[in-house]
Design a protein around this ligand. Structure first.
Ligand code: SF4
Length: 511
C-alpha cells in the first residue's frame, strides 16, 4: 500500500479488512509493506510527507488488527533488495510491456497536475513485480483493478525462468479482494482526490457530521417520498457496516418513507463507528508511543530483508553476480594446478637433461597443446558457449595466418639472483609467433607459478634478424627473459630488451 496518509473507509473495505482476515485465517505467511518508493514515482517533486504518511498507514494497519507477531510488516525502502531486483528485472523487461499497462496512461491523465513522464513512473510495474517476486509469493491480495499488474508479474517470472533456464520465481496468482461498493460523501467513488472520504480513524463527531451531510443521490428530496436505498450512498454504508436487522429496517423505512433520512443517517453513523471506534481507540494508544511502532517497522524490515536476501542470492547467481567466488575460484585453481602439473612433469623430470632433443620438443609441444585445450575447456565452462570452444580444441595452436606455432625450449633455468633470468636458445627458422613457457618462483611464498607468453613476430623480428646475421647458420640464437620488478624483458642475443609483460598469459593471437 502506498503511503498516502491516514486510511479512509474505502481503503479499509477495499484491502485492509481483507488483509486482517487473511492473517487471522492462519492459512498464509503474509508480508505487508508500505510502498514508500512507489509513492515517489508520482510524488517525487514533494517528498516532505513520505515518512509521516508511512507511519500514518502503518498505525492504521496495526489499529485495524494487523499483527506483527503473525505477519511481516515493513517499509519497502528499508529492504534494499527491492531496488536491486527492480534494477535486474528492468534489464530484461521490454519497454512495450510497460507502455501497455492500462494504469500508465490513465494515471498520467488523472494526475494531470503532476509531470509523470519520468523513468520511475514508467518502470513502477517492474518495481511492483520485484516487490512480489522477491518473496517468491504465491498469492497477491489485490482488487480487480490491479489484475494487469499481477499479470505483468507473472509474465516477468515466466520470462526470467525461461530466459535463464531456472525456476527461481513461482508465478503468483491474484487473490482478489471482495471490495464492496463504497461511495464517498458526495456520491462519487470514495477517494482522497475528491475530498469525499470518511477516515478509518476519524473521531465519532466528525464521522457523524460527514454522514449527516451526505448526499442521498437524489433520493427522498421530500421526506414524504419513498426512496431506493440501493441508489443512496447511505444505503451502501448500511450494507457494509450495519447488522442484518438494521439493514432490513432502514431499507423498509426508506422504501415506505416511514424513516426520516436523518434517522437513517444516525443509524449509519452508529454502525460505522461500531467498527471504526475500537480502531480509533487503538490508534490513539499507538500514537502515544510512536517510537515503539517505528522500531517495530525497522525490526520487521530487517526480517523481511533476510527473506529477500535468500531470493537475491539465487537471482545474483543467475546473473553471475554472486558474492561467492564459486566457479571462478575453481577456474583459477584448476588453471594453476594444471599449468604447474604440466610444467613439473617436464622440468622436474630427473632425466630431462638426458632426453633426446626431439623428445624434449615433443613433450613441450604436447604440454602446450594440452594447456590450450584446458584453457579452452575452462573458457567453455565460464562462458557456457560451445561453438567457440569446439573451434579452439580443433585448432589448438594456429596463428591468425593459419600456421602452426613452433614451440621449443631447450634450456630454461632461472638464475638464483634477485632479478630472475631464464636463458634458452632458438633455431634460426622463421616464426610467426613464439610461445615461451617458464616457471616463476614467488619469492615470498616460494611457490612455483607458470608463466606463458605468446609473442607475435613484430616483437622479435628485428633483433632476431640481426642475431642471425652475426651467427653461423647452425648456431641457435641465445635468448633471455629477465624479470625486472613486475616487468618481463626479452633480450635476443644481447639486443635491447623488449618489454613483453603485457603478453604474459595472452593466448589471443592463437584464436
Ligand atoms: S432513508 Fe437512508 S437510504 Fe433512504 S434515502 Fe434517506 S439516507 Fe438514503
Amino acid at each position: 500500500m502506498r503511503p498516502t496518509g491516514k486510511l479512509h473507509l474505502g481503503n479499509y473495505m477495499g484491502a485492509l479488512a481483507n488483509w486482517v482476515k487473511l492473517e487471522k485465517s492462519g492459512q498464509y505467511e503474509c508480508y505487508f509493506f508500505v510502498a514508500d518508493w512507489h509513492a515517489l514515482t508520482t510524488d517525487y517533486a514533494d517528498p516532505s510527507r513520505i515518512k509521516l504518511n508511512t507511519l500514518d498507514v502503518a498505525l492504521d494497519w496495526l489499529a485495524a488488527g494487523l499483527d506483527p507477531e503473525k505477519s511481516t510488516i515493513f517499509i519497502q525502502s528499508h529492504v534494499l533488495q527491492h531496488a536491486e531486483l527492480n534494477l535486474l528485472l528492468g534489464m530484461m523487461t521490454p519497454l512495450g510491456w510497460l507502455e501497455r499497462v492500462p494504469t500508465y496512461k490513465e494515471q498520467q491523465e488523472n494526475l494531470s497536475t503532476k509531470d509523470l513522464t519520468n523513468f520511475g513512473f514508467l518502470g513502477y510495474p517492474v518495481l511492483m513485480a520485484s516487490d512480489i517476486l522477491l518473496y517468491q509469493a504465491q498469492f497477491v491480495p489485490v482488487g480487480q483493478d490491479q489484475s494487469a499488474h499481477v499479470e505483468l508479474t507473472r509474465e516477468t517470472a515466466r520470462r526470467f525462468n525461461s530466459m535463464y533456464k531456472t525456476a527461481v520465481f513461482p508465478e503468483p496468482d491474484a487473490l482478489f479482494t471482495p471490495s464492496p461498493k463504497l461511495t464517498g460523501t458526495d456520491g462519487r467513488k470514495m477517494s482522497k482526490s475528491y475530498g469525499n472520504t470518511i477516515g478509518l480513524t476519524e473521531a465519532t463527531p466528525s464521522v457523524a457530521a460527514k454522514i449527516a451531510s451526505m448526499s442521498t443521490n437524489g433520493q427522498r428530496l421530500r421526506q414524504t417520498d419513498p426512496g431506493d436505498p440501493d441508489l443512496c450512498p447511505v444505503g451502501d454504508l448500511h450494507k457494509v457496516f450495519s447488522a442484518p436487522e438494521v439493514i432490513e429496517a432502514t431499507r423498509t423505512g426508506c422504501r415506505t418513507a416511514s424513516l426520516r433520512c436523518e434517522f437513517c443517517k444516525a443509524e449509519a453513523t452508529k454502525s460505522v463507528c461500531s467498527v471504526t471506534g475500537p480502531i480509533y481507540d487503538k490508534r490513539m494508544q499507538l500514537e502515544s508511543n510512536i517510537e515503539q511502532t517505528w522500531e517495530m517497522l525497522r525490526a520487521q524490515s530487517i526480517k523481511a530483508a533476510a527473506r529477500a536476501e535468500e531470493t537475491m542470492r539465487e537471482v545474483r547467481d543467475v546473473f553471475d553476480l554472486s558474492h561467492e567466488l564459486g566457479f571462478v575460484k575453481q577456474y583459477f585453481q584448476a588453471k594453476a594446478q594444471i599449468w604447474l602439473h604440466n610444467l613439473e612433469s617436464h622440468f622436474f623430470d630427473q632425466n630431462w637433461e638426458h632426453r633426446p632433443e626431439a623428445e624434449q620438443k615433443k613433450s613441450i609441444r604436447t604440454s602446450w597443446i594440452q594447456l590450450v585445450k584446458r584453457d579452452a575447456h575452462l573458457k567453455f565452462e565460464a562462458n557456457r558457449s560451445f561453438d567457440s570452444v569446439e573451434r579452439e580444441i580443433e585448432e589448438p595452436a594456429i596463428t591468425p595466418k593459419g600456421k602452426r606455432v613452433f614451440v621449443d625450449s631447450n634450456r630454461i633455468y632461472p638464475a638464483k639472483s634477485l632479478d630472475q633470468v631464464w636463458h634458452f636458445a632458438i633455431p634460426q627458422k622463421s616464426f610467426e609467433v613464439w610461445v615461451l613457457l617458464n616457471l616463476n618462483e614467488n619469492r615470498e611464498t616460494k611457490l612455483l607459478a607458470g608463466d606463458s607468453y605468446v609473442i607475435p613476430q613484430r616483437y622479435f623480428s628485428q633483433p632476431f634478424a640481426k642475431a642471425k646475421k652475426s651467427l653461423r647458420k647452425d648456431e641457435k640464437i641465445p635468448v633471455s627473459l629477465r624479470k625486472d620488478g613486475d616487468r618481463f624483458l626479452l633480450s635476443i642475443h644481447g639486443s635491447e630488451p623488449v618489454d613483453v609483460t603485457a603478453l604474459r598469459g595472452n593466448y589471443e593471437p592463437l584464436q
